[in-house]
Design a protein around this ligand. Structure first.
Ligand code: ATP
Ligand code: MG
Length: 332
């Protein structure tokens, strides 16, 4: 089976609906056809300040949500990034073939460094995409199912893989980002011009998988719309309404056009109720299962450790090849 790699940062107690639509849902659908590696990328999370105690909790909670959403740790490899040292080791090597200007063009870095200010922006945040390239290339992954916001990072990964291969000889498989449909980028409900993020400053416009169902319903009913009063998709002029249509379409499988017809002549309240029902139906069982799994953290840790062993075996093989190719003297 072809290899697949993807991951999420344990940067919050709960994942948000963009993570679910952009990534997790795809993962679940693809895991039967791929030799898949799903990682909780804690080394990425520490590129912005994290409380140590909370980070451990968030890491477990993220893993529990993967499983609750249908990732099967006997079919796929589900582990914590820092438990496989090869990630950091390969990232160093790749950083030596990455251009400073090339890294500087990454829009996620520009967005996040703007949010945190130059003093709080770490060098690690700058080299984040290089670590992500290492994650993917370690597993010789062909498929990288991510949300639209990660497309640029996967492009960089491809460039680095090609550069390494041409400089040192065929070593890495060139990966491809698999991104679900055009409407797969989900925006903040209160600020529909910026993408929804689990680590957003305000939680008012973020739909968290583990939120109480009533909280989720309220956030949807209070979502920002516009004054036109017509339910139609127009990303430019009606970002709030368009975002709600995207969410319902992604969850129910109905096309945007079908939804526009369904809501013709109806008010925004109807649209919000429709979205609320779809989100609640999808979230409720996942939330219940995740909370159940979190009641036994020792068992969860054991599953993660077993899976890390499996991941390390594959990763070590690639790393060894890379060190050889680069000319690092290996001990006998
Ligand atoms: P953070 O705020 O810490 O960056 P995040 O919500 O952006 O958190 P990540 O861990 O960076 O989440 O990304 C996990 C996955 O979710 C990636 O595949 C990413 O592309 C996807 N994703 C994140 N936000 C969205 C979104 N708003 N719409 C669609 N996909 C998204
Ligand atoms: Mg992100």
């Amino acid at each position: 089976k072809p290899r697949l790699f993807s991951g999420m940062q344990p940067s919050a107690d709960s994942l948000q609906i963009g993570n679910y639509i952009g990534a997790l849902k795809q993962w679940r659908d693809m895991q039967d056809d791929y030799d898949a590696f799903f990682t909780v990328v804690d080394l990425h999370a520490i590129t912005v300040q994290q409380d140590p105690q909370e980070l451990r909790q968030k890491t477990r909670r993220t893993a529990a949500q993967y499983i609750a959403a249908g990732i099967d740790s006997t079919k796929s490899t589900l582990y914590v990034q820092s438990q496989v040292p090869a990630h950091a080791e390969l990232a160093w090597v790749l950083s030596t073939i990455t251009g400073f200007g090339e890294a500087g063009r990454m829009t996620q870095f520009k967005d996040k460094s703007q949010r945190y200010g130059t003093d709080k922006t770490s060098v690690g945040l700058f080299t984040y995409p290089v670590l992500m390239a290492a994650d993917i290339l370690l597993f010789q992954a062909e498929a990288v199912p991510v949300g639209d916001d990660q497309k640029q990072h996967v492009e960089l990964t491809r460039d680095l893989a090609e550069r390494f291969n041409s400089r040192f000889g065929e070593t890495f498989t060139i990966p491809t980002a698999t991104i679900p449909g055009e409407t797969a980028r989900i925006y903040d409900l209160q600020n529909p011009s910026s993408k929804m993020s689990k680590s957003a400053e305000s939680q008012a416009g973020v739909l968290y998988l583990l939120d109480d169902i009533n909280v989720t319903a309220k956030k949807i009913m209070r979502a920002m719309t516009d004054s036109e009063g017509v339910v139609r998709y127009d990303r430019e002029n009606k970002p709030g309404v368009s975002n709600l249509l995207s969410i319902q379409s992604a969850l129910t499988g109905q096309t945007i056009t079908q939804l526009e017809e369904e809501y013709a002549g109806k008010q925004y309240g109807h649209l919000k109720q429709g979205v609320r029902d779809a989100v609640v139906a999808e979230f409720e069982p996942v939330r219940a299962r995740a909370l159940e799994l979190l009641e036994d953290p020792a068992e969860l840790d054991r599953v993660l450790a077993d899976n890390a062993d499996r991941a390390a075996e594959v990763a070590e093989e690639t790393l060894k090849k890379v060190y050889d190719r680069v000319g690092l003297l290996r001990r006998g």
